[in-house]
Design a protein around this ligand. Structure first.
Ligand SMILES: Cc1ncc(COP(=O)(O)O)c(C=O)c1O
Length: 397
């Protein structure tokens, strides 16, 4: 079948809640994907930060194959070997003492919101349930995570939202201080805002936030759903800023392309999740966590973080050349391979033109071209994209 034929069926049978590009992708390897008609694309979207190891990373595929032949699913009524292994590696490489597994980023944030409220009730009694997050943040689409998301466009049509959420601007520590009250149980932030336009925090922001939280006995929660798993050149983005949290959520890249989510917490906080307080049928299932073990080991052992750091500076330098050349390129910013190029106008047509030329890129917040390729991307592949961007931008007047 052709792209067009399949898309016609898709439009008949799927809910139309995605603005999809007109291609049907059927195969991937490394940083390349192919559509159903055989056209090749170089992928700078990576499933929106899922395919950090590229497509079909051989060690992940092997682990999935082996696990699929052994045990696909049981239940969290029983212990699951790869789940234990994955939790152990996460604990060994982070601030955390305990891990709860689920299936997506939004679910990980639901778990974090529930744990923060429960911990606060256990420790301080009722009435301390409020969570403060940031304007321009994105935490997911389920009702709790949606209420924590600081962008009105995602709320529209779904009111009334879950009460107990407040928003302040990123980097404004006085606004955060003013927003904190006797009802506050936690502060929830993305260390680097991704969907909001690749917004890096000021150098001291997270440290000051941590100090504020410690002073008020408020939990600090990081949403690393998009910036975790090596995306910024370190396993976790918080490692760049010297301010570890009490709770951290992750998902996307954790299992190399298999759906998974996780919430990491310190011992003190995790104590509040006692038997029966929270659960997920598929959370940490054998297939997902076997893939996770393989993906996490590869991220730590196969030079992935090193490559990410190395090619990142090359990428940023090359994009900076475009900024110097074109007045409508306002800013180039990023960390590791979470990179944004902000335009003075809408970026949609650049994304479409890139697609025509065989490059997948994405635009967030209307004007920010976002580049989140697999962390195994090479400088040559980056140069191919930058050359194409240069040619496309040269046609803009
Ligand atoms: C920072 C952040 N948190 C949460 C989510 C929600 O993740 P999911 O789509 O897996 O529910 C996303 C998704 O883009 C995200 O970027």
């Amino acid at each position: 079948m052709t792209n067009e034929e399949l898309i016609r069926v898709s439009q008949e049978v799927l809910t139309q809640n995605y603005g999809r590009f007109p291609i049907v992708l059927v195969k991937g390897e490394g940083c390349q994907v192919w559509d159903v008609e055989g056209k090749e694309y170089l992928d700078f979207v990576a499933g929106i930060g899922v395919c950090n190891l590229g497509h079909c990373y051989p060690k992940v595929v092997q682990a999935i194959r082996e696990q699929a032949e052994k045990l696909l699913h049981v239940s969290n009524l029983y212990h699951i070997e790869p789940q234990i292994q994955l939790a152990r590696i996460l604990v060994e490489h982070s601030f955390a003492d305990r891990v709860f597994f689920c299936n997506s980023g939004t679910e990980a944030n639901e778990a974090a919101i529930k744990l923060a409220r429960k911990y606060s009730q256990d420790k301080f009694g009722s009435g301390r349930h409020e969570i403060i997050s940031l304007l321009k943040s994105f935490h997911g689409r389920t009702l709790g995570a949606l209420a924590a998301t600081g962008q009105e466009k995602f709320h529209k049509g779904f009111e009334p939202l879950l009460p107990g959420f407040k928003f302040v601007p990123q980097d404004d520590i006085s606004a955060m201080e003013a927003a904190i009250s006797a009802s506050t149980c936690a502060v929830l932030v993305e260390p680097i805002q991704a969907e909001g336009g690749v917004n890096l925090p000021a150098e001291n922001y997270l440290r000051e936030l941590k100090r504020l939280c410690e002073r008020g006995k408020i939990l600090l929660i990081y949403d690393e759903v998009q910036v975790g798993m090596g995306r910024t050149g370190k396993l976790f983005a918080y490692e760049h800023y010297g301010a570890p949290p009490d709770i951290l959520t992750m998902a996307k890249g954790l299992a190399g392309g298999v759906p998974i989510g996780a919430m990491l917490a310190t011992e003190k906080v995790a104590q509040s999740f006692t038997p029966g307080t929270h659960a997920a049928t598929f959370g940490g299932n054998p297939l997902a966590t076997a893939a996770g073990v393989a993906a996490l080991r590869a991220t730590l052992e196969d030079g992935v973080l090193e490559n990410c750091r190395k090619v990142s500076s090359h990428f940023l330098q090359r994009l900076q050349v475009l900024k110097n050349k074109y007045s409508f390129v306002k800013e180039v910013r990023g960390k590791g391979l979470m990179i944004g190029l902000e335009l003075a106008r809408e970026g949609k047509s650049v994304v479409q033109e890139c697609l025509q030329r065989g490059f997948l890129i994405n635009c967030t917040n209307e004007t920010v071209l976002r580049f989140i390729p697999p962390l195994i991307i090479t400088t040559k592949e980056i140069d191919r994209l930058v050359q194409a961007l240069d040619e496309i931008l040269a046609t803009w007047k």
